[in-house]
Design a binder for this molecule. Structure first.
Ligand SMILES: *[C@@H]1O[C@H](CO)[C@@H](O)[C@H](O)[C@H]1NC(C)=O
Ligand SMILES: *[C@@H]1O[C@H](CO)[C@@H](O)[C@H](O)[C@H]1NC(C)=O
Length: 322
């Protein structure tokens, strides 16, 4: 089976409000930092149309004269430069090269709800350095926990995903849901720092806005003092408090995570530190990362977050069954 890394994850109820907010944040941010090539790449694009589905950012930017590349695992429309490609950490750099993306593309939007963190890590380890990146994150996992979906391209995983179906433009599309999606803000923060980025804004409940450090230089005070951006700034204490809680995305009732799913999550911080020792094998690092993640996830089972709620019981049962 091909790596199902391109995911079509769409929150119908939340989409409009948060996309309006994201559009607002991007508009004000680009006013302050300026644009260079007005080029975008968006992946995880859930429609054949330029201005349909949840691709609202790209639609708006396109109307403002921007141009760029759209990638998705399920949709294609070459007239809008939308190409059907399965995206993984192993091929993202190749895809950017194949479609002639500029190394300093102004804006990259990621929305796959699966191996996003690993794809970002691969991309930023290459010559590509987008000026602004928005990445959907898993708000169920509180800051600073660095928990992520596993990377099928890097190590052996057996996705035990729940699938739900949502209707969009009459289509019936599967999507992951619950807590077994994407990566936490804490995990994105590590990748951002490793590669010369910072999380500048957060648009609850979906997106983090990362900006390259050299782009921030010289405009930092205008960004940080912007009254328009302040409600969304990562450094805003209100957002910091919110990030420390788990914010439940209740779109599909967040069915409780299974023990198999919990066992496949990875603590990115532990995985990375283990790899960086230079003496551990990939599978040792993955084991260390998984063990650390499982302990934390079990601790989130406070009864309030549906998708973690039954986990503690399930873990106990799992241990008894061994
Ligand atoms: C491709 O996109 C254009 C612009 O949104 C739209 O008019 C056209 O119908 C799309 N083609 C297909 C095959 O969906
Ligand atoms: C703007 O924000 C910075 C922090 O980034 C602060 O040090 C500075 O005093 C502020 N400047 C103005 C003019 O408000």
């Amino acid at each position: 089976m091909r790596a199902r890394c391109v995911l079509l994850f769409f929150f119908p109820q939340l989409a409009t409000a948060s996309q309006d907010a994201q559009a607002y944040v991007l508009d004000h941010l680009f006013q302050l930092i300026g644009t260079t090539n007005k080029e975008y790449v968006e992946f995880g694009y859930n429609t054949n149309l330029l201005c349909g589905g949840s691709g609202a950012n790209t639609c708006r930017l396109h109307q403002q004269g921007w141009r760029g590349l759209l990638l998705d695992g399920g949709h294609q429309n070459t007239s809008i430069n939308l190409h059907r490609e399965m995206i993984s950490s192993a091929n993202i750099v190749h895809l950017f090269r194949k479609y002639g993306v500029s190394t300093d593309v102004d804006y990259v939007s990621m929305d796959m709800d699966s191996c996003d963190l690993w794809v970002l890590e691969s991309l930023l380890s290459s010559k590509y350095s987008p000026r602004v990146i928005t990445a959907e994150f898993n708000t169920n996992i509180p800051w600073p926990h660095a928990i992520t979906f596993p990377d099928k391209a890097k190590f052996d995983v057996h996705y035990k995903t729940d699938r739900v179906h949502y209707g969009l433009n009459g289509e019936d599309k599967p999507a992951y849901h619950g807590c077994y999606v994407g990566a936490s803000a804490g995990a994105f923060d590590i990748v951002a720092r490793d590669h010369g980025y910072e999380i500048v804004a957060v648009v609850f409940p979906l997106d983090l806005v990362l900006v390259r450090l050299d782009v921030m230089q010289g405009v930092r005070s205008s960004v940080e003092n912007s009254t328009e951006l302040y409600p969304y700034l990562f450094r805003n204490p209100q957002n910091q408090r919110k990030l420390r809680r788990t914010v439940q995305l209740n779109t599909w009732g967040n069915r409780a995570m299974t023990i198999e799913q919990a066992r496949e999550l990875v603590d990115y911080r532990v995985w990375r530190e283990t790899i960086l020792t230079g003496s551990a094998t990939m599978s040792e690092a993955v084991s260390a990362g998984r063990e650390a993640a499982l302990k934390q996830v079990a601790g989130f089972a406070n009864g309030k977050i549906n998708c973690f709620a039954k986990l503690r019981g399930r873990l106990k049962q799992g241990v008894r069954a061994l």
